[in-house]
Each structure stands twice: as structure tokens, then as C-alpha cells.
Design a protein around this ligand. Structure first.
Ligand code: BJW
Ligand code: ZN
Length: 250
């Protein structure tokens, strides 16, 4: 695994505004499959256009509902891993950290992160497919699709292909990316837009952009630094050298 350059530790120590941008790779070490990794990714077994799209839900609502009910149970059964914990620790150590996640699994919050910007929503909440109203939690018995007061079917409050991201969340994420002086992109393939635009936006606005991923991505050639490795290991090393204590003593 790549070693952590001293320069990056210095940049962390001095960061005015750190943005951490995460994808499915951050939860891989918790046992949640990524979307696009060839052997284990969710899309290796299912076609996204059939399951993660409004058209898919319209065509086979119960199939889509069952897929999400199964994935939600999985998210609840696993634990945050060292990557989630290291990110929450960075939030405690540094004066200003914005966490932007594409993940819908809720593991950042369970690791202690305060208010992640959930670009693609949350699998733990429901909304109405027809009137779009947020309706909160899942029912105790999730075998049948619940129905809204308006008569529409309920669905998980995630962002499917072809749907707009929540405007206020995307605006906040773009604003933070523009303001950041240090930007960490962790465990994302950088393929899904508009989220994938954020590290590029941050770089154009002057941030030092670091990618943490075992594989190269379309961001790699433009990042200032690529740390090849698993998120838990790399993030663990990032916080592991005791520099936070030095900062507090300053
Ligand atoms: C590790 C690791 C370890 C492994 N440690 N790393 C511009 C160009 C082309 C297309 C478009 C474009 N703009 C919009 C589009 C269309 C589309 C899109 O981007 N398509 C691309 C696939 C080509 N975008 C949309 O449709 C978006 N909506 C939109 O643009 O609306 C516009 C609009 C305008 C006006 C009216 C209406 C609409 C919405 C995108 C929604 C994405 N939704 C999903 C599903 C969420 C719900 C669910 O969970 O089921 O979000 S798709 C899926 O991909 C999920 C993820 O959040 C997202 C990103 O994936 P992620 O996190 O990067 O995972 P992977 O699997 O791709 O990568 C994992 C990485 O981890 C890999 O790199 C591994 O190497 C690494 N890894 N182990 C660290 N241990
Ligand atoms: Zn409704």
C-alpha cells in the first residue's frame, strides 16, 4: 500500500476547509458490495436500469422494493469500518470538514459523522413515488410496498438514474468543493454525474485533490496525489501518526 507523504500530513494539519467525498468503496470493508467492481459489485448481478430507475420501479415495483428491502437489512446488519471511523475522527480534529457522500447506507452517521451531505439520498427513508412527499421510516413489516395517503406507492428515498439530486444538498456540496483547500476523494469510481464533477470543480477552484482507491479512475490523471489502497488502511494511516494532538497543543 502507498505510504502517506509528509506533505499530505502537513496539508491536513494546516487545512482551512477539508472536503471528504466518499463512494461505495468506503463501505466495502464493512461487507457492502460496491456497484461496479467486476466480481463483487451489485451491478454484476443486477441490471441498474431495471432496479435503480423510475422506469424499473414502474415496470416491476415489487421486485425493486424487495431488492431495496434486502439491501437495507444488509446495511443495518454491518458495522462502520476503520475508514468511516477515521473520517469521523478527522471531523473532530480539524476546524472545518465537509463530508459529502454518494452512499445511501447510513454508515457515516453510525461512525459519528455529524451531518454528511447525502447526494444520492438514504436507503433508510421513504418517499412517495407519485406525490414525492417524504414519509420517513420503513414499516416494521416490509414485505409489501406501503401506499401513501395520495394513493401512490412508497419507495426508498434514494436518487435513481435520470432523477435530479436534492437541489439544496448538491448546492451545499458544490459550495464546499469550491471553498475547500484540501479535497479527499475516497472509494468512488468517479463515473456517476453530477457527483463525479465535484473533485474537478474543487481542483479548478484551487484545492489540492487526493484520490484514495485501490484502482485508477477517471479522476486519477487529474488528482494531485493518488494513494492506491483500501480506504480503511489508508484513512487509518492518515489519522494514525498522532498529528491531531500536535495541532491541539499549538
Ligand atoms: C475501494 C475499495 C476499498 C473498492 N477502499 N475503494 C454526464 C455524462 C454522462 C452521463 C451523465 C452525465 N450527467 C448525468 C448523467 C446520467 C447519469 C450518469 O452519471 N450515468 C453514468 C453512469 C454514465 N446520472 C444520473 O442519472 C443522475 N441524475 C442526473 O444527472 O439527473 C439529471 C437530470 C436533469 C434534469 C432532469 C432530470 C434529471 C443520478 C445519478 C444517481 C445515481 N444513483 C446510484 C443508485 C443510488 C441508489 C442505490 O443505492 O441503489 O448511486 S447509482 C450508484 O452509483 C449509486 C452510487 O452512489 C453511484 C456512484 O458509485 P460509486 O460510489 O462510485 O461506486 P462504484 O461501484 O462505481 O465504485 C466503487 C469504487 O470503490 C471503485 O473505484 C473501486 O475501485 C473502489 N473500491 N473497494 C476504497 N476497500
Ligand atoms: Zn403520495
Amino acid at each position: 500500500m502507498a505510504s502517506i507523504p509528509d506533505d499530505l500530513i502537513r496539508r491536513l494539519q494546516g487545512a482551512r476547509h477539508l472536503v471528504i467525498f466518499t463512494g461505495a468503496g468506503v463501505s466495502a470493508e464493512s461487507g457492502i458490495p460496491t456497484f461496479r467492481d467486476a466480481q463483487t459489485g451489485l451491478w454484476a448481478k443486477y441490471r441498474p436500469e431495471e432496479l435503480a430507475s423510475p422506469e424499473g420501479f414502474r415496470a416491476a415495483p415489487q421486485t425493486v422494493w424487495d431488492w431495496y428491502a434486502w439491501r437495507r437489512e444488509w446495511c443495518l446488519a454491518v458495522q462502520p469500518n476503520p475508514a468511516h471511523l477515521a473520517i469521523a475522527e478527522l471531523e473532530r480534529r480539524l476546524p472545518r470538514v465537509t463530508l459529502i457522500t454518494q452512499n445511501v447506507d447510513g454508515l457515516h452517521q453510525r461512525a459519528g459523522s455529524r451531518a454528511p451531505l447525502e447526494l444520492h439520498g438514504s436507503i433508510h427513508r421513504l418517499k412517495c413515488f407519485k406525490c414525492r412527499r417524504d414519509v420517513g421510516d420503513w414499516p416494521a413489516d416490509a414485505s409489501d410496498i406501503p401506499v401513501c395517503e395520495c394513493g401512490g406507492l412508497l419507495r426508498p428515498a434514494v436518487v435513481w438514474f435520470g432523477e435530479s439530486l436534492p437541489e439544496a444538498v448538491l448546492d451545499a456540496a458544490a459550495g464546499a468543493s469550491q471553498d475547500a483547500d484540501l479535497f479527499l476523494s475516497v472509494g468512488t469510481s468517479s463515473l456517476v454525474y453530477p457527483a463525479a464533477e465535484l473533485p474537478f470543480l474543487s481542483k479548478r477552484c484551487g484545492a489540492f485533490v487526493v484520490e484514495i482507491n485501490p484502482q485508477p479512475t477517471p479522476l486519477s490523471a487529474r488528482a494531485d496525489l493518488c494513494l492506491q489502497g483500501a480506504a480503511g488502511e489508508v484513512m487509518g494511516r492518515l489519522i494514525g501518526s498522532g498529528w491531531g494532538n500536535q495541532r491541539i497543543r499549538q
